[in-house]
Design a protein around this ligand. Structure first.
Ligand code: NI
Length: 390
């Protein structure tokens, strides 16, 4: 396996160039046509069977090995975030209000590198490797669209890497069971009766009702949820009223609900709905509670997570593997694939070289997020190793 890292280094130059090119031209959501074209150009000439998406600009490329065997899917996401970039990199985003701040440019480039590497080692492959390039990870559920378009047909196992600047270069992390959280949204409108702020007794004020809901939801989290199977609720946006002397007719708040088990997810959703409806009633108001289902919990197969740990040490060297003690509360639509086939997602360290403590590196989704591109070859090698080992 050690030679995989050397082989990965040999293709790393082209991968770095592709990553910077994607980084300068970020695209959002399900529609990433320029990114798709760059992927197709980069795969051109390789012995792959390629098809593109219908409802989104995906690329699926199959590499058949020397003999029959299982099909392993390797996935990279391709979309960027609607935000500005202040990384200070010379190759920073050239599009206002768009940035590759979650490293999906690196994921895409690493997977192209893995395709090149594995195409060269076709004779070592027993079975088929499917390369999945997926737009729309950031809230658009691109994985679900690709599932509907058959990306998992015939697939036995699935694997993906997510980079993180909060781990040193040369390290990778994984864990069996939940790796990332579910990501439901709540949107609550509290309806009262507006009027003069000096005469609340002639109105029905939705503001104290909303305030009570927000604090009671947090009480429900601590009183109704097992602390070892946690839920996290953040009210991130609150709106009511227009000025000091008018009681508004409505108040509104919204936020996110994160869990690491489907059981707790059901429970906290019920609690949010109940608290909002009944607190509203107690205040003679009504509440419209809109719970929007997001991504499910990302659950790694225990066997695949253990296999990754072994492959990581064999590929990147002893002590390169970090067993994650707990899940992270971010979300991932790779979860939808892991609901259907066994597999794993791993986190790859790309902490910038000038930051001594990786915990202090600007994380994914930060406008200042940067990566050390030395980690790209590790990602290429790990992708390839997960396919070859199978
Ligand atoms: Ni991401």
């Amino acid at each position: 396996m050690h030679d995989l890292l050397a082989t990965a280094s040999a293709v790393a130059d082209g991968v770095l160039e592709l990553r910077r090119d994607l980084h300068q031209h970020p695209e959002l959501g399900l529609d990433n046509p320029a990114t798709q074209q760059r992927i197709l150009d980069a795969l051109d000439g390789l012995p792959l069977e390629i098809r593109t998406g219908i409802g989104l600009t995906s690329v699926v490329a199959d590499l058949d090995g020397a003999s029959d065997g299982p099909t392993i899917l390797l996935r990279a996401d391709t979309d960027a975030l609607p935000m500005s970039e202040d990384s200070g990199e010379p190759f920073c985003s050239q599009v206002d209000g768009r940035a590759h701040a979650c490293g999906h440019d690196a994921h895409t480039a690493m997977l192209v590198g893995a395709a090149r590497l594995l195409a060269d080692r076709r004779s070592d492959i027993h079975g088929r490797v499917r390369f999945m390039f997926q737009p729309g990870e950031e809230g658009k559920g691109g994985a679900g669209v690709m599932l509907d378009e058959g990306v998992l047909d015939g697939v036995d196992r699935a694997f993906a890497i997510h980079i993180t600047p909060n781990l040193p270069v040369g390290w990778a992390a994984c864990r069996p069971g939940p790796l990332m959280a579910s990501t439901d949204e709540m949107h609550v409108t509290v309806r009262g009766r507006g009027g003069h702020a000096s005469m609340p007794y002639l109105c029905t004020d939705p503001v104290p009702a909303m305030a009570t809901m927000i604090t009671t939801i947090q009480t429900a989290v601590t009183r109704e949820i097992d602390p070892f199977d946690p839920a996290l609720v953040t009210v991130a946006h609150v709106e009511a009223g227009t000025t000091t002397n008018v009681i508004p007719e409505t108040a509104f708040f919204e936020g996110t609900i994160r869990c690491v088990s489907e059981q707790t997810r059901r429970r906290i959703r019920e609690a949010v709905e109940r608290v909002c409806t009944q607190v509203a009633a107690a205040h003679d108001c009504t509440a419209e509670v809109d719970l929007v289902e997001g991504y499910p919990v990302t659950v790694n197969d225990a066997g695949e997570a253990a296999r990754f740990a072994g492959i990581c040490e064999a590929t990147l060297g002893a002590q390169s593997f970090v067993p994650l003690p707990s899940p992270v509360m971010g979300g991932e639509d790779f979860s939808m694939l892991l609901q259907r086939v066994p597999g794993a997602m791993a986190l790859l360290g790309v902490c910038p070289a000038d930051i001594a403590d990786a915990r202090e590196a600007p994380p994914c989704h930060s406008n200042r997020m940067r990566i050390d591109e030395a980690g790209l070859r590790h990602g290429i090698a790990l992708h390839a190793a997960m396919a070859l080992d199978r």
